[in-house]
Design a protein around this ligand. Structure first.
Ligand code: 5GP
Ligand code: MG
Length: 186
């Protein structure tokens, strides 16, 4: 697996430091006057946001529920969005709750635009959006997100939850893969 890596874009140490900052920022901005702790429903968009969200929430000392939503946009070995589609959800009751929607990467913006309004329609008191990565391309800049971990060049990346053909999610760093990996046998 490591032989397939071309470049490390963001190391696990850089990720760790930034995730801690994001966790503190989200916690602070959800503090409720008069209440000891904030209460949040965190919703990772599966599968890509799983690892990011797991690290993020363990640094948020708040009363929290977790909702799940699964969206497919880059099925199988695709390197471009095929249009986002909700495959399943297990949100619990989010009426009146302060929801933080978490995704791994903002690219075309289709996923966030598909999911965020739906959470509002289910009666969430507020819906904030958080992505670990935002690609440097116009479509990604046009979509509002509340919290961004890193701005990255418009390249296909894997690791720390992000996949190619459902592989490489367990790499600890954000990396690019060698060109021969794409389309080749695994
Ligand atoms: P969007 O809907 O904003 O185009 O893209 C969001 C989704 O597409 C992400 O949740 C992720 O699953 C996938 N995606 C977008 N860019 C990349 C990328 O560079 N690498 C990987 N592995 N997935 C990506
Ligand atoms: Mg994906």
């Amino acid at each position: 697996m490591h032989r397939d890596i071309d470049r490390v874009l963001i190391s696990q140490y850089q990720i760790g430091a930034r995730v801690r900052e994001l966790a503190h920022q989200i916690t602070a901005e959800h503090a409720q006057p008069g209440q000891e702790t904030a209460e949040i429903t965190i919703v990772p968009i599966l599968t890509g946001a799983m690892i990011f969200c797991g690290d993020l929430i363990r640094q948020m000392p708040v009363k929290m529920r977790i909702g799940l939503i699964t969206v497919s946009s880059y099925p199988g070995a695709s390197l471009n969005t095929q249009g986002s589609q909700v495959l399943g959800q297990q949100l619990g009751d989010i009426k009146g709750r302060r929801v933080v929607l978490v995704d791994d990467i903002l690219d075309s913006g289709g996923t966030i635009k598909l999911v965020a309004p739906g959470l509002k329609e289910l009666g969430a008191a507020s819906v904030k959006t958080c992505v670990l990565l935002r690609k440097d391309r116009p479509s990604a800049k046009q979509v509002h997100v509340d919290y961004v971990g890193f701005e990255i060049p418009d390249e296909f990346v894997v690791g720390y939850g992000l996949d190619y053909n459902n592989y490489y999610r367990n790499l600890p760093d954000i990396v690019t893969l060698k060109a021969q990996i794409y389309g080749g046998p695994h």
